[in-house]
Write a protein that binds this ligand. Structure first.
Ligand code: MG
Length: 248
């Protein structure tokens, strides 16, 4: 069941979403060679506490950390480690908070030091595909219009869309209906309505779309060892079109 949010509820979600993106951008500035993802996790916890919010992922189905840190071939749900980041890495950071009863969820992929041209292209295409998808989050549109515009943009640039993990509705629960795949046919899926709030999150691989979950039960990585990037915004559908709530 898709839970529509009132204007007042979307106002409240703006607060949780602002906290999530503020902290992510602060972490982005910290990313450099020599820093570990455990260092980032510590800052994420500290900054969340300062803002009187609660990390959304920590304890979610037993997930151990506030931050999902997925370097290089890791796609999503990687865990913080003490391994120092090195120049040439790319790092996906996914972060959510609970504040005033509502969740906010966002993700970015950041370069560490100097990265290859191909890695840079993957990051740019993934971020732009998210913007393409968001542009279709309009009333009277259909859900898979979002999916399709992400897929066509990504595939036109020679990359592939992860199938096994998708975006989601968000509100008083971290994951609500509907699921938001990053691939699909235009004109299909539920009709989009004002009051829907969606976490749209393309996960894009350099080579094959195939992924596997590691033995830790969480970390998802590409089967072929190619790079993967991830961007996410929490987006409200309004009468005036899409509003990105996780934007400062
Ligand atoms: Mg999400």
């Amino acid at each position: 069941m898709i839970i529509l949010k009132s204007r007042r509820e979307i106002d409240r979600m703006r607060s949780s979403c602002k906290i999530a993106i503020e902290i992510l951008l602060l972490l982005k500035d910290m990313v450099k060679p020599g820093v570990s993802t455990k260092d980032l996790e510590a800052i994420a916890n500290e900054e969340t506490k300062k803002r009187k919010a609660i990390p959304a992922f920590k304890g979610y189905h037993g997930f151990p950390s506030a931050l999902c840190c997925s370097p290089n071939q890791q796609v999503v749900h990687g865990m913080p480690t003490s391994t120092p980041l090195k120049s040439g890495d790319i790092l996906s950071l996914d972060f959510g908070v609970l504040y005033d009863e509502f969740y906010g969820d966002a993700a970015i992929t950041v370069p560490v030091g100097d990265i290859s041209e191909q890695a840079s292209k993957l990051i740019n295409v993934t971020e732009k595909s998210l913007i393409k998808g968001i542009s279709k989050a309009v009333p009277t549109g259909r859900l898979f219009d979002i999916s399709h515009s992400i897929q066509t943009y990504v595939e036109a640039h020679g990359f592939s869309v992860v199938r096994d993990f998708v975006g989601h509705g968000i509100g008083k629960h971290l994951h609500e209906d509907p699921q938001v795949p990053n691939y699909g046919l235009p004109g299909k899926g539920v009709r989009l309505k004002p009051g829907m709030v969606l976490a749209i999150e393309p996960m894009i691989n350099q080579n094959s779309h195939e992924v596997r979950v590691l033995q830790d039960g969480w970390t998802v990585e590409t089967c072929d060892g190619g790079l993967s990037a991830h961007f996410e915004h929490t987006v409200a559908i309004t009468d005036d079109g899409p509003e990105i709530l996780t934007r400062l």
